[in-house]
Design a protein around this ligand. Structure first.
Ligand code: SAM
Length: 231
């Protein structure tokens, strides 16, 4: 089975021998890939909806893995017991939903060592929450698929030093590692800020003026990173 670049890069971040849960598994492609390639020791594939879980079960059966991948129906980490897994994947969901999943079952969250998170939106809000709640981003990667750039975060318990607000939007590890997609990624962020500025044209309220200044400040910071990258 061939995984798409997004799913493959998520799978590559799972340490060998992990005891894993893939929360919100949908098709179950990652658990099947990890089990077939003998990367994980044990996998639990969960989903809150019956339809996606059925689709995972079908895929697991087609690959003859029904004895080694367990499927469970339930919301977030609710179907997982504390100390049952050491690694979790929560991918393809919004950053705020990922945050809620981590928040809602603290005993389970506390017992997990490695979190592989792939938020589709609100990445900055997720990073901010992680930083304020004793999590440390130990690795980050950008992946391009279908003209979109996806952000994958590897998180552990610990303390993160975030010296600059910009790291909530552009992960610090992406900058430190000079991620190969960073330049395109930052240019997309600059375009987004310029689009907001264009929409603010003609608005004279204090709120609009503050927003305009914020956008300009962000563009300035993004351009500084771009300059640093080129040196
Ligand atoms: C867009 S799919 C992503 C599937 C897969 N993780 C991926 O990255 O390709 C989102 C899946 O998460 C499931 N989901 C949404 N909220 C959830 C929750 N609170 N707990 C568990 N699963 C959830 C949905 O039913 C859906 O199957």
């Amino acid at each position: 089975m061939k995984l798409t670049p997004r799913l493959l890069n998520i799978a590559k971040l799972v340490p060998k021998g992990s005891i894993l849960a893939d929360v919100g598994t949908d098709h179950g492609y990652i658990p099947v890939y990890l089990m077939k390639n003998k990367i994980v020791e044990k996998t639990i594939a969960t989903d809150v909806n019956k339809g996606p879980l059925l689709s995972a079960q079908k895929n697991i059966k087609n690959n003859g893995l029904e004895d080694s991948i367990e499927t469970r129906l339930g919301n977030g980490l609710e179907p997982i017991e504390p100390e049952e897994i050491d690694t979790v994947i929560i991918a393809g969901m919004g950053g705020l939903l990922i945050r809620d999943i981590l928040m809602n079952h603290p005993k389970v969250t506390k017992s997990i060592k490695r979190f592989i998170l792939q938020p589709m939106v609100a990445q900055d809000e997720l990073r901010r929450w992680l930083c304020n709640n004793h999590f440390k981003i130990v690795e980050e990667k950008l992946v391009s698929e279908d003209h979109r750039i996806y952000e994958i975060l590897v998180v552990e318990h610990g303390k993160d030093e975030i010296e600059n607000e910009i790291y909530f939007e552009i992960g610090k590890k992406l900058i430190e590692n000079k991620d190969p997609l960073l330049e395109i990624f930052i240019k997309k962020h600059i375009k987004k800020q310029n689009d907001i500025i264009n929409n603010l044209i003609g608005q004279e309220t204090d709120k609009a003026k503050n927003k305009l200044n914020q956008c300009k400040e962000k563009i300035h910071e993004f351009e500084e990173v771009l300059r640093w990258l080129k040196n």
